[in-house]
Design a protein around this ligand. Structure first.
Ligand SMILES: [Mn+2]
Length: 243
């Protein structure tokens, strides 16, 4: 299954395939963008088939219902909801557009990687374990979401290395409904349900207005203090301020 989410700030592609010889996928996801934030929840039900699907669907429906709760609280609500189900591993990722902060909270092995234009990828690690009712430890990782960075989230059926970025870009651009073919470069050693989600911010509108303004201010100050013709640039700076 392939789904496109052409939101306001992010374009998102989700590709999903069940384990071989299974008709339903045990992974589920929920993706939402509002004017304030982008929220993704991905759940992988333990095992495979319908029991796994039921558990991951409970996790996702709960995330949908309480989507504005803080991440740690949301994780605990999902954990409670899974008490009478098989259990699931869950990761939640939220980007707040006002503060430019990204938060990630995960229990189990659904992994997130964020790729800035320059520099190392950001890969917050989830806690070990799974959700099925008993209390779990969950840590919320917080970082500034780099302007123009794209992200990848995947369940453990997908094997993704950070040197496969060109394949990620190819998948994102591909116009096909053959999810099996798209996921082939990322098939892990073990046959399992597979979910791969790619998110890219649109270049045309800046992800976060505040970041953009502070970058602009920093740029102007840089010009002012680094130019040989200081008086000229001071004049330029002042005229921009007055304008
Ligand atoms: Mn799995």
């Amino acid at each position: 299954m392939i789904e496109h989410f052409p939101f306001e700030r992010f374009g998102i592609l989700a590709v999903q395939e069940p384990k071989k010889n299974y008709s339903c996928c045990g992974d589920s996801y929920f993706i939402k963008e509002t004017g304030d934030y982008l929220l993704l929840t991905v759940a992988d039900g333990l095992g495979s088939g319908k029991g796994a699907r039921d558990a991951s669907q409970v996790a996702i429906k709960t995330a949908q219902k309480y989507d504005d709760a803080p991440l740690e609280e949301l994780m605990n609500i999902i954990n409670d909801a899974l008490l009478y189900y098989r259990g699931a591993v869950v990761s939640i990722f939220r980007i707040d557009f006002k503060s430019c902060l990204a938060k990630f909270c995960g229990v189990g092995n659904i992994l997130l990687s964020v790729f800035p234009k320059l520099g190392k990828p950001i890969t917050p690690l989830p806690e070990q374990g799974f959700l099925s009712g008993p209390p779990v430890k969950c840590r919320v990782h917080e970082f500034k979401y780099p302007e123009d960075a794209f992200f990848v989230i995947h369940s453990d059926g997908v094997s993704f290395r950070t040197d496969q970025l060109s394949a990620i870009h190819r998948i994102y651009e591909a116009r096909t409904d053959d999810s099996e073919c798209l996921l082939r470069p990322f098939s892990g050693e073990n046959d399992d349900d597979r979910t791969l989600i790619i998110g890219k911010p649109y270049g045309k509108n800046k992800l976060c207005q505040k970041c953009f303004l502070s970058d602009l201010r920093r740029g102007l100050l840089f010009l002012l203090f680094n130019s040989k013709k200081k008086r000229e640039s001071a004049f330029f700076f002042l005229s921009i301020l007055l304008w």
